[in-house]
Ligand binder design. Structure first.
Ligand code: PHE
Length: 347
């Protein structure tokens, strides 16, 4: 009987070699080990054996059963790995493959110039330790106006023509300054951050005005910050963007959320200061409104103005792009004309 069992084991091994699929392996298992399997059939005559014989056959049968189970399990897990490997091989992406659509006569995509400039400005500020914040386009009246020291009946609300929602509590943000309020609530001073994004004004469009445009807000709050610090950061920004000396002037500007407030203008790079439609014939372009944060704004943000102060600015990204690339009409930027856009595809 021992011999019979050993023969069965040999037979099993031969059969196992032949099967490759999970179902077939499991069938083989029951064909040998199942209740009516071959091993059980042999063991049926165990009852007729002597005690001595049983002592010999019992352990042998167990050993063979154990070996069969082990071999089955080994084969099953090898199969599983093989299936996974096959799947991986099938889904492999060859990142070195040639893109058959990439031919010189077809246009490759490129960055929008506003995105490219925005990334460049972000890099400058990241290198100066600023964090980048984001805020929603739909804002509350509180974040866009109230907390920025522009109360309900203040005439300054008319400075920015607003797209209101019908509840008159929500609006499309008219400036990225709304993110100042969010930033002050989530940060403990000292802090410094920038917040680039789209803003919306219900305005008639012309060469230098659009209903949707881009600003990059900046805010720095610390102890003993002065106008000198503000000017330093603004100069760093402009010289790294234009990679050359640009003529700037600082004049007083009114914004309810800063005191004192300034308009930083640059000499128009389109007409070199002679006067054109972009600079409204003045030779100068308003690029960087800025100022020292008003104490009321700090209070709304939960910051004690006796302990901390700082500056804020609202860089006009579209105008910056226009100056940088000599574009004479802001409407080109959103016109979607590929002949215009393709000039920037290498940015
Ligand atoms: N939010 C102002 C605007 O859109 C610009 C600004 C920002 C001015 C920060 C001063 C400080 O006109």
């Amino acid at each position: 009987m021992v011999e019979q069992l050993e023969n069965l084991f040999t037979e099993f091994k031969q059969e196992l070699e032949k099967v490759q699929e999970q179902a077939a392996i499991l069938n083989l298992k029951s064909a040998f080990l199942g209740k009516k399997g071959k091993v059980s059939e042999v063991l049926k005559s165990l009852k007729d054996c002597t005690v001595e014989e049983k002592k010999l056959i019992g352990p042998k049968a167990n050993e063979i059963k154990g070996s069969i189970i082990n071999l089955i399990n080994e084969k099953l897990s090898a199969l599983e790995i093989e299936v996974i490997n096959q799947k991986l091989a099938k889904n492999r992406i060859d990142i070195t493959a040639q893109n058959r659509y990439f031919k010189s006569d077809l246009l490759a995509g490129g960055q929008h110039p506003v995105t490219a400039i925005s990334d460049q400005v972000k890099d400058v500020f990241l290198s100066m330790g600023f964090e980048i914040l984001d805020g929603p386009h739909i804002e509350t009246e509180y974040n866009n106006f109230e907390a920025l020291n522009i109360p309900d009946d203040h005439p300054a609300r008319d400075m920015q023509d607003t797209f209101w929602f019908s509840d008159f509590k929500h609006l499309l943000r008219t400036h990225t300054s709304a993110v100042q309020v969010r930033g002050m609530k989530t940060h403990k001073p000292p802090f410094r951050f920038i917040a680039p994004g789209k803003v919306f004004r219900c305005e008639r469009t012309d060469a230098s005005h659009e209903m949707v445009f881009h600003q990059l807000e900046g805010m720095l709050i610390d102890k003993n910050i002065s106008v000198g610090n503000l000017i330093y950061f603004m100069k760093q920004l402009l010289s790294s963007i234009f990679e050359k000396d640009v003529e700037v002037r600082l004049r007083p500007g009114f914004f309810p959320f800063v005191e004192p407030g300034f308009e930083l203008d640059i000499k128009c790079l389109i007409c070199k200061g002679k006067g054109c439609s972009v600079c409204k014939q003045t030779g100068w372009v308003e690029l960087l409104p800025c100022g020292m944060v008003h104490p009321n704004v700090l209070r709304h943000g939960g910051i004690d103005p006796d302990e901390f102060n700082g500056f804020a600015f609202g860089l006009g990204l579209d105008r910056l792009v226009m100056m940088r690339f000599g574009i004479d009409d802001i409407r080109h930027l959103h016109g979607g004309d590929l002949r215009f856009m393709s000039q920037f595809s290498s940015l």
